[in-house]
Design a protein around this ligand. Structure first.
Ligand SMILES: Cc1ncc(COP(=O)(O)O)c(C=O)c1O
Length: 365
């Protein structure tokens, strides 16, 4: 088949689509990887042992289709029922399901989100053929139009789906639950509060998902619980919305080892809470050290910081750090192109970063 005919087999929407670009995962020996907000600490010994022990003849069987045991454990943790929970192949899968479940594939149906925030959201709207309403955050990354939310301002209160990253990425700012509550009450469509980083924050908004039937909270085992590799995330919300999402998912969407790893994680929360505390200590120390070196560091409620470097453009810093085997993240979008996003690593990694930054600054390039 010639290339033109082959191309015609692909839907026009897909032909025009720009795919999401995930952070790089290079395998460079000795690389300090601070670009994709992974946890610098491994899963707990109990989790590793449990997963290893599960690698046996069971691999030939399908896993539990609704991750029943994991939902039961999460229900106890969050004081709700398993009907309030759906587990996904990472929270990314559930965000995609939310777009497909709550919006029409039509320019009349809108997916609303902050900008800048998680750059997957517009891609999900585009893959589905829904319209987008990107709402610019204030220059300090606070929510626009608050207090005194008014119709006809930046927000579309009738958007079919609103995705709110809280705390936000890449800004790192957290939004107070009282502010989010007011915001959710104003929205007529479904609101997803994407709390991927919430374990590093001062407060969380889980109670809003149990209070407002149109609000879902999204969580993940990836960041705080060191399980990116296993791909496990979940939504909490009203059983009717959760049941609708279940209808749209694949039958066995969460792999068996992922379910086992997440269940074991919930048995060992003490280990993870100690890691959160260490990451927060490193975050505050690194922020102070970079500030002394002339960086403007935005306050963060997450396991990363957004920082505006001195002396050269941020993109040059990205390369100069990379030359020293330290990988951070730079985004080309205009609101953030002057910044670097740096994942909080171990204290040793943070020290290596500060040494590299000092050396680059001393060389003047
Ligand atoms: C705001 C936000 N939500 C969701 C995710 C996806 O997490 P998961 O690994 O659960 O798919 C990320 C990952 O970078 C994120 O930054």
């Amino acid at each position: 088949m010639n290339p033109t005919r082959l191309k015609k087999l692909i839907r026009p929407l897909v032909q025009k689509l720009h795919a999401y670009v995930p952070g790089e995962q290079p395998k460079i020996p000795g690389l300090i990887k601070l670009n994709t907000n992974e946890n610098p600490y491994p899963p707990s010994p109990h989790v590793l042992k449990t997963v290893q022990a599960a690698v046996d003849g069971r691999l030939r069987l399908y896993p539990n289709p609704t991750a029943e045991r994991l939902r039961a454990k999460l229900a106890r943790l969050h004081r709700c029922t398993p009907d309030h929970l759906i587990i996904g192949n990472g929270s990314d899968e559930l965000l995609a399901l939310a777009v497909r479940t709550f919006t029409e594939p039509s320019p009349k149906s809108r997916v609303q989100y902050f900008t800048p925030s998680y750059s997957l959201y517009p891609v999900l709207a585009d893959t589905h053929g829904a319209a987008k309403n990107p709402v610019p955050l204030n220059p300090d990354f606070s929510m626009p139009g608050l207090p005194g939310l008014k119709r006809g301002q930046v927000w579309d209160f009738n958007a079919a789906l609103t995705l709110v990253t809280t705390p936000n990425a890449p800004g790192g700012r957290g939004y107070p639950t009282a502010e989010l509550d007011k915001f959710c009450r104003a929205q007529q469509g479904v609101v997803v509060l994407d709390e991927a980083y919430v374990d590093f924050a001062d407060e969380n908004a889980l109670k809003l998902a149990l209070k407002h039937p149109h609000v879902l909270v999204s969580r993940t085992f990836s960041k705080a619980y060191s399980l990116c590799f296993q791909r496990v995330g979940y939504f909490v919300g009203h059983p009717d919305l959760i049941a609708a999402l279940h209808k749209m998912r694949d039958s066995y969407n969460v792999n068996g080892l992922g379910q086992i790893a997440a269940e074991a994680t919930l048995d060992d929360l003490k280990y993870y809470r100690a890691n959160f505390r260490q990451i927060l200590t490193t975050r505050e120390q690194l922020s102070r050290q970079l500030t002394k070196l002339g960086f403007r560091v935005l306050p963060s409620q997450t396991n990363f910081i957004l920082t505006r470097p001195p002396l050269f453009p941020a993109e040059q810093w990205l390369q100069k750090l990379r030359d020293r085997k330290i990988l951070v993240r730079w985004f080309g979008a205009k609101e953030v192109r002057d910044y670097l996003r740096i994942t909080i690593g171990t204290p040793a990694e943070a020290e290596a970063l500060v040494r590299a930054v000092s050396a680059i600054a001393a060389e003047g390039g």
